[in-house]
Design a protein around this ligand. Structure first.
Ligand SMILES: Cc1ncc(COP(=O)(O)O)c(C=O)c1O
Length: 382
């Protein structure tokens, strides 16, 4: 049996080890040193954000967002049920209620019509997630949130550097969050960033990230000592993480080109099979603007999902599904609420199969994945 093709493998960027050695040989491995500054500059370039702060994770950037927007007990925050737990726990950490909405269809992105219906006088914010780095309907979402006077936060964990027409993903809402977890296109083990798109939030964002102190102003020589100013936590990554991130961001174009190559090969190699077995591919639902973060097939039913994953495992290919819907999970039921039955989310989660997608996949491995998928016939089609 040939080697197993793993589901995800972090990219190794040139310069990572040199950068790490430079930090270890220096006297500065805590946060906000030269590599943090350099990586932040690259991040601003890649995203188009005016102001950005590196954080310890996307989860923490979401927590910071809820603090910055003064989300409090009694408030509500609208978010998709089909997303990672991070958005929901950031809301719950403030004592507020997550209100879950459905997806619009096989793009996996939230249904903006349901968001508009879910807004109440208690709604403080909407957290939207660009699934796979393909944009939600940002114009419609902006219109709905602006009309209600509600803040928009973009969880852009999947969509680093992505676009939607004139929009740069992560820079449209008042705040945008990024993940540099090692399953993401660009990584530093664990890490993240907060894109601060509303200048009025900048000063407080720096304070919240630095244990509630004005240390950032102190380091710039703007105050003669730093003191406790506000709520906050320790949300800044060490220079060791920033050193790896800096090397990764320098390789951003190369990483994206490679991932897009895999994505396109799957789209071309699987389209006939998908039509035959009644599956929908991500390439059938999103346009050209996406971050090549993931490639998936939506199978006609749950048996098809389980069958394809098991069939691929036999062929030495690791495939996966994700996001157990938040509204039906134990904590989601305890802390959240929904205005609707979220049928599309439940079906999507039960039918989704994600294929290996990482920048180092060799052509022969891509072929093996395609062969593995196209040799599968769901029982009712066979
Ligand atoms: C949509 C989304 N948001 C947030 C996160 C959390 O990212 P982090 O691990 O950087 O906290 C993930 C993780 O996979 C995610 O998929």
């Amino acid at each position: 049996m040939p080697d197993e093709i793993v589901f995800s493998r972090p990219y190794r960027a040139p310069g990572e080890l040199t950068n790490l050695a430079a930090v270890l040989d220096s006297d500065h491995s805590h946060g906000d040193g030269a590599f943090t500054a350099s990586a932040t500059g690259r991040l601003r370039e890649v995203t188009g954000a005016t102001d950005a702060l590196l954080t310890t994770s996307c989860t923490h950037a979401l927590e910071m967002s809820m603090l910055l927007l003064d989300v409090r007990p009694g408030d509500e925050v609208v978010l998709p049920s089909f997303t990672f737990t991070s958005a929901a726990i950031a809301v719950v950490a403030r004592g507020a209620t997550p209100v879950f909405v459905d997806i619009e269809g096989p793009s996996g992105n939230l249904d903006v019509g349901q968001v508009a219906e879910a807004l109440t006088p208690r709604t403080k914010a909407v957290i939207a997630m660009h699934y796979g780095g393909a944009s939600v309907d940002l114009d419609a979402l902006l219109a709905a949130t602006a009309e209600a006077g509600v803040a928009l936060v973009e969880d852009n964990a999947h969509g680093l550097g992505g676009r939607s027409g004139a929009h740069r993903l992560g820079t449209v809402g008042v705040l945008g969050t990024q993940s540099f977890h090692d399953t993401k296109n660009v990584h530093c083990g664990e890490g993240g960033a907060l894109l601060v798109n509303d200048p009025a939030l900048w000063e407080r964002a720096e304070v919240i990230r630095e244990k509630g102190t004005n240390r950032a102003r102190f380091l710039r020589g703007q105050v003669d000592k730093y003191t406790w100013q506000d709520e906050g936590s320790s949300y800044l990554p060490s220079e060791l993480n920033a050193a790896v991130l800096d090397a990764q961001l320098a390789a951003f174009d190369e990483i994206q080109q490679r991932r897009l190559g895999v994505w396109t090969a799957y789209a071309e190699g699987l389209s006939e099979w998908a039509a035959h077995v009644g599956a929908t591919l991500v390439s059938d639902t999103v346009g050209l603007e996406h971050s090549a973060h993931l490639f998936y097939a939506v199978m006609p039913d749950h048996e098809g999902q389980q069958g394809l994953i098991a069939h691929l495992r036999e062929a030495g290919v690791r495939a996966a599904f994700h996001y157990v819907p938040l509204d039906s999970s134990p904590a989601g039921q305890r802390y959240g609420r929904t205005a609707h039955v979220l049928d599309r989310t439940a079906a999507f989660s039960a039918q989704l199969v994600r294929l290996p997608l990482w920048a180092g996949l060799a052509d022969a491995q891509i072929e093996r994945v395609i062969e593995g998928v196209t040799s599968y016939r769901p029982v009712r089609v066979a």
